[in-house]
Write a protein that binds this ligand. Structure first.
Ligand code: SF4
Length: 217
């Protein structure tokens, strides 16, 4: 198994009928501002450097973000925050993430999610999370240079703790050393709910990636 084959399996996965139906339905319905787009409308594969030392784990693609563009954190508010921060700390060649062919490249970073299909209201069901976790387990195994894992949001943090069988308390910037020596860092998710309400400032957000870069060597 390698990352390319894993990516193909994700793209063709149909394990969660509710999500397969929803992503496809959103792709046909669209929203007015993206009516000219050919939506991806399928499971969204992970994205990044196969030699990554930092893994970033989000919740799931957004209905009109990753589910539209076919790339994680691409074409939505969370993606704007993520790549602006990665660029600021020198981990991405551009500060914007607009489409799969926009020339964006990351260095030493791999971006994935707990769930690869956009869920209604951004809320996957427990069984859907369970179904998709196997892909994350495989990525954790295949990306053997990863030293630091950044979990974006409580759900991603809790699922990583579950995979590793450790207890951790979620708060922005908290960290847990995992049994394989990797460090898990918790961060608020860069959704508008957190960034537009002042729950997470820009400095608090960028600090997470500066720390991840420093600790990943
Ligand atoms: S959420 Fe994951 S397991 Fe479920 S259909 Fe999508 S890719 Fe498959």
């Amino acid at each position: 198994m390698n990352l390319r084959l894993l990516s193909e399996r994700v793209i063709n996965c149909k394990l969660c009928p509710r999500l397969v139906a929803y992503t496809s339905e959103v792709a046909s319905r669209k929203v007015r501002r993206f009516s000219h787009w050919e939506y991806w409308g399928r499971p969204v594969p992970s994205f990044g450097d196969p030699e990554a030392t930092i893994m970033i784990v989000g919740l799931a693609p957004a209905a009109h973000g990753g589910n539209r563009t076919g790339r994680m954190f691409t074409g939505d508010h969370s993606g704007e925050w993520l790549f602006k921060a990665l660029h600021e700390v020198g981990l991405a060649n551009k500060s914007t993430s607009i489409s799969r062919d926009d020339g964006l490249q990351v260095k030493g970073v791999y971006i994935t999610a707990v769930v690869h299909c956009a869920p209604p209201d951004n809320k996957p069901l427990p069984q859907e999370v369970e179904n998709c976790l196997n892909y994350l387990r495989e990525e954790l195994h295949l990306l053997n240079r990863v030293k630091v894992i950044v979990a974006l949001g409580r759900l991603a943090f809790d699922q990583l703790c579950k995979i590793y069988g450790v207890k951790g308390r979620f708060s922005h910037g908290s960290s847990v050393t995992l049994p394989d020596g990797r460090l898990l860092i918790a961060s608020y998710h860069p959704s508008a709910r957190n960034t537009n309400t002042g729950k997470m400032s820009w400095d608090q957000w960028v600090w997470v990636f500066r720390r991840a870069k420093e600790l990943s060597g």
